[in-house]
Design a protein around this ligand. Sequence first.
Ligand SMILES: NCc1[nH]cc(CCC(=O)O)c1CC(=O)O
Length: 336
Amino acid sequence: MSIRSKNPGSGQVLRIGTRKSAMALAQTDEVARLLRAAAPELAVDVVKFETRGDQDQTSKLLRHGGKGGAFVAEIRAAMRAGTLQAAMHSLKDVPGNEETPGLVIAAMLARDAANDSLVLRPGLSLETFRAARGKGFMIGTNAVRRAAYLRRLFPEATVIHFRGAADTRVAKLDRGDKQRLPGGGEVGPADALVMARSGLERIGLTARIAHDFSVDEMLPAVGQGIVAVECVESDWPTRARLAQIDNAASRLSAEAEREVLWVLNGHCNSPIAGHATLAGGEMTLRASVLDEAGAGFIEVVRRGPADRPRELGRAVGMELLDKGAAEIIARTRPDE
Ligand SMILES: NCc1[nH]cc(CCC(=O)O)c1CC(=O)O
């Protein structure tokens, strides 16, 4: 059945906005491929945006309303103005503590790998790195959560701030570039990076993965590995298109995980981790809150019926709060 509308923007052409990093473009191409497969008559146009987050690598992005906020604000404005029908986001980068009136996430794709991976500079072997337990090595990451886990897993390594699009970060590692710091000065070069496996897969760099951390070793960010497509709430033709490519398991997991963020008032760069798995009608939700120094660490695991994800997320979030999560979040600098 083809869906027609008098609104020229939401009939046979669907314009989808995205950041223009290699990773974001690969994700958007996948969304476009699935939409075309579901509706061969549909023309999907990919519109590339250079967001403030991409242009301004060294600024403290939280000033722009959060790291995720910087990535998504501009694309959302275009959608509200009607020049786009949809926006592609990494769900991980969509803040979990903000209301977005008039917008809805109408599709979540089947989840890719949710775990983080270790990438080593050329010439450094995993054996050497492991034998040293990280001592004498610098590990770069852009995320407070990863920094906190790294300080627990490799207490003797130096964790440094490393920012940029995924392909740019690996190129910097390979060239041995230093990283400019937001407050001036520089650190590095890095010996290793920790990045999302899904991101490395999407830009064709899986061959660079020296080690996959399991989700229990390094609990992922809420929503990690899920591509989300947002549209205007009242644009029913577009919602119907997007509903065709929505994945139920991703949606249930995301609802549970994001409820934890909501309860804790967190966003993608808070030291909060959360991951849900589904099996036989049951959901297991694990979430943690970590101290930047790796000292404070609260983890909660609960199980519940898979069809009540928000209830489970709320219970896990409340238990984290009971155990002192708010204090840990408050004392962590959010823009490290
Ligand atoms: N913040 C950038 C970002 N946003 C989403 C991903 C990974 C892909 C995903 O989680 O879907 C990445 C790169 C990374 O964390 O290494």
